[in-house]
Write a protein that binds this ligand. Sequence first.
Ligand SMILES: *Cc1c(COP(=O)(O)O)cnc(C)c1O
Length: 480
Amino acid sequence: MTDPFDERDRAFPVLRMVTDAAGPYLESLSSRPVHDGGADALIGELEGPLPERGEGARAAVERLLRVGTQAATHSSGPRFFHFVVGGATPAAMAGDWATSLLDQVAGLWLASPLASRLETTVLEWLKDLFGLPASFGGVLTPSATLAHVTGLAAARSWWAERHGVDVSAHGLAGLPPMPVFSSGLVHASTRKALQILGCGRDTLRVFARDDAGRVDLAAMDEALAAVEGRAVIVANLGEVNTGDSDPIEALADLAERHGAWLHVDGAFGMFAALSPRTAHLARGVERADSVTADGHKWLNVPYDTGFSFVRDRGRLRQAFGAWGAAYLESAPADEERIDYNTLGPESSRRARALPIWATLRAYGRDGYRAMVERHLDVAAHLGKLVDSAPDLELMAPVQLCVVCFRYRPPGVPEDRLNELNARLGEALLADGRVYAGTSSYRGMTVFRPALVNWRTTKGDAELLVDVVRELGARLAPPSS
Ligand SMILES: *Cc1c(COP(=O)(O)O)cnc(C)c1O
C-alpha cells in the first residue's frame, strides 16, 4: 500500500524530477518536430486498469515524464501553426508552476486574498493593455468560450430585464428568442455559448454582404430597427481563417443608435490594440458592453485562461451571484474583497491570475508590443513568400497574425484543388516538422497558419513554406 501520507516528506524530490526534465525538454522545442513517431504505443504505457497497489510517486511521475515528454504534441514550440495556439513564456510557465505549488482556491476572497487581489490587479493591467475603460468589470475564465458565456449571460440578464423578467431567478420560459446579430466572421464558440445559455445556437443571425462574411451594415441596421432596444450584436475582432475583423466603430454606432448590447469577440484579435500598426482595428472596443479575450493564445500563458470584461460590473453579479448557499454568502458588492466566483460561471477555481501577473510583470507593455510586432512581421514575411512561390496562392490579404493560402501547382484544374489541399493537409500533419491544418474558406480548402507563439521567427515561417512545397510536389499529379 502507498498512502500519500507516507510520502509527505518526499514531495520536493518528486517535483525536482519535473524541473530536471524541464531543461532538456524546453531546449529541444526549438529544433524538434511538432510530434515524435510512436506516440500511440507510448501512450499505451499509461493506460490499463486502475492499479490496486500504488507504485509510489517517484515511479508514477518518472513514467509520466518519460512518456509525456515524447508523446506530447509539442505545440508549445515555435512551429505549431494550426488553430490559434500560443506557447508559455518563461515567466508565465514559472507563474503557472507557482500556482500549483501554492494551490489556492480562487473563488472566495476569504479563501485566498492573494488570488483575489492578483486577479483584480491583472484585470486592471489587461484593461490598460487593451485600451478598455478602467471602470469595466471583469473576471478570468478558463477560455474565450467561457468568456463568451460570461459576457453573453450578462447580455441575457440585461435583455430579459427589458422584458420584465429576472432570468437568473426564473429562467427563459415564456420569453421570445433573444435576437443575436453578427457578421460571417463569427466564431463557432459564440454559437456554443448561446447553446449553453439556453438562447439556442441557431437564433444567431448572420448579416454578410459577401462570401468572405463581411458585415452587411445596412441589413443589420434594418433588422435592429425591428427589435429596438432588445438585441445583441456580436462584433468579431480577429477571425480565424484570415485574421479579418468587423468594423467595430460602425457596429458600436449601430448598437448606440438602436440601444443594442455590443459584445466583442477579441479572442486573439484584442492584441491588435498593443501595436500602433494595428490599433485602429480595435478602435471602438472601448464602447462595447462586453468583451472576450484569450490568455492562452497571444498572451502566451499556459492553458487554460480567458478574460471577460463587462461595462456594467453589476451585470456579472446579477448573472452569476447569489446562489443561496448560506456558508458561501459574501459581503454584497464589496469592491475590495471580491469573491470572483460570484462574477463568472465557476465556483471553485484555479488562481489563473498568477501566471498572468508573472508574465506582464516580467515583460511589460513594451515586451508584449515587441512580441506582437514580431508576429506581424513574420506573418507579412510568410505572406510574401507565399505570394512569390509559383505553386502557392495567397487567398486573402495578410491581416494580423494569420496567413490564408492554398497549394496550387500550375496545370491542376480548379475542381481538383480542394482534394489536393486536403491530402496535402493530411501529409503535413503526418510529417510533423511544421503543423498547419486545413480549413474551408469561401468554399475552398485552404491553410491558415496563425503565428502567435513567442518563440516563432521568420525562419520557422520559411520552413513551413519549404515543407508545404516539398510535400505538395510529391503529391501533385504531373501537369498536363
Ligand atoms: C480560439 C477562439 C475562440 C475560442 O477560444 P477558446 O479559448 O478555445 O474557448 C473564440 N473566438 C475566436 C476568434 C478564437 O480564435
